[in-house]
Design a protein around this ligand. Structure first.
Ligand SMILES: Cc1ncc(COP(=O)(O)O)c(C=O)c1O
Length: 357
């Protein structure tokens, strides 16, 4: 079944056997060499990790990058004390985080793989009992993710696959699976699951059957599902159906098609004085990453794209950074899109550049 409504970026729709998108996605696989534990969301996953670390009454500082996903920051600030921030430049990737510059013995450091492009050279510091937690939500199955040396890793899988919810936790240095779940009834996450599932199914109808009538309904379920997820304050085991779904996707490497699409774009995209494309040789970025200097130009570009059914995401709206380049947009260029879609995307970006010298 082919796509009828062209749309680039934005939320996933469900896929079924026989869909071209699924065949494209499945062309490559890769494996994390440690047992995986599944969660409903990335936030649930980091919550569980920090709870396990703090269960024995550990006293220390939790260090977060100064530039990080707002929903994760809010969750950690709400549930844990002694949160501090270390400086990072999310748009430069040559240096690994210099842990010695700020961490004290026993501290917990959360390190984000920025857009799949970060360098990871830090060693695990058992001498000072420092715990390193890496977030690979934007670099799932990247080299850094596959070869991690951290104490804990997690990734929000729902950013990569067409699934309603899902995240994984693993301990790269351990053969034992992570197994720290709360036994509770997390109504919020169950409601998020139902709403996001409905949204995926209805969006499939919209994309593939020209289902204009369901557009508002799938969007309503999407927003409600995300709102529910913000209300989830727990870390329960996902239900068996979701766990099976996650297991069926988790080894599929999403990066081959992203590389192909990006190679096409970088050949065709014209330079602009307003934005630069973030990339790094030998790495696969999460999507097409455009970083802007000026908020007004950034907003104008975003509105122009949305008017043409291209939906960039601002990563992240509540974060600020000093320096020339400040505002990042990600446009998905994953298995849903073929060269025709990419041509459409570049044509629209180049037209904006031509009109905004
Ligand atoms: C880098 C990063 N890590 C973790 C998360 C949390 O994942 P989830 O939305 O599945 O809770 C997000 C976004 O929400 C994110 O951008």
């Amino acid at each position: 079944m082919q796509k009828l409504n062209r749309e680039i970026g934005s939320s996933f729709y469900s896929l079924a056997n026989g869909d071209k998108e699924l065949t494209v996605l499945k062309q490559q696989s890769n494996i994390i060499k440690a047992p995986l534990a599944y969660f409903y969301s990335g936030r649930n996953a980091i919550h569980a990790i920090l709870n396990e670390i703090f269960i024995a009454g550990r006293r220390c500082t939790i260090w977060l990058p100064s530039y990080y996903c707002d929903t994760v920051v809010n969750l950690i600030e709400n549930h844990f004390n002694n949160v501090a921030y270390y400086p990072v430049n999310p748009f430069e990737f040559d240096h690994s985080v210099n842990i010695e510059a700020f961490a004290k013995p026993n501290d917990v450091i959360i390190i984000n793989n920025f857009w799949g492009l970060s360098s990871f050279n830090h060693k695990s510091d058992t001498k000072h009992n420092i715990i390193i937690v890496e977030d690979h939500s934007h670099g799932w199955l990247s080299e850094q993710c596959l070869n991690s040396n951290a104490d804990y890793c997690f990734s929000s899988l729902r950013k990569t696959y067409p699934i309603p919810l899902g995240a994984v936790v693993w301990k790269p240095k351990s053969k034992k699976p992570f197994n720290h779940y709360n036994i509770a009834n997390d109504e919020a996450v169950l409601s998020a699951h139902t709403n996001l599932n409905t949204s995926l199914t209805l969006k499939r109808q919209y994309i593939k059957n020209n289902g204009e009538k369901v557009k508002n309904t799938f969007l309503k379920h999407l927003y409600k599902g995300e709102q529910d997820l913000n209300n989830s304050q727990d870390y329960t085991k996902p239900d068996l159906n979701l766990e099976q779904l996650l297991k069926s996707f988790v080894h599929i490497d999403p990066n081959a098609i992203k590389n192909e699409n990006l190679a096409f774009i970088t050949k065709k995209i014209n330079p602009s004085k307003h934005f630069k494309v973030l990339n790094k040789k030998g790495h696969t970025p999460f999507g097409l990453l455009l970083v802007f200097k000026n908020i007004n130009t950034f907003n104008a570009f975003k509105i122009c794209m949305i008017n043409q059914n291209i939906y960039p995401a601002h990563l992240w709206p509540n974060t600020t950074i000093n320096g020339t380049w400040k505002y990042l947009l990600n446009i998905h260029i994953d298995f849903r899109y073929d060269i025709e879609d990419m041509s459409y995307l570049v044509e629209k970006i180049n037209l904006w550049t031509k009109n905004n010298v």
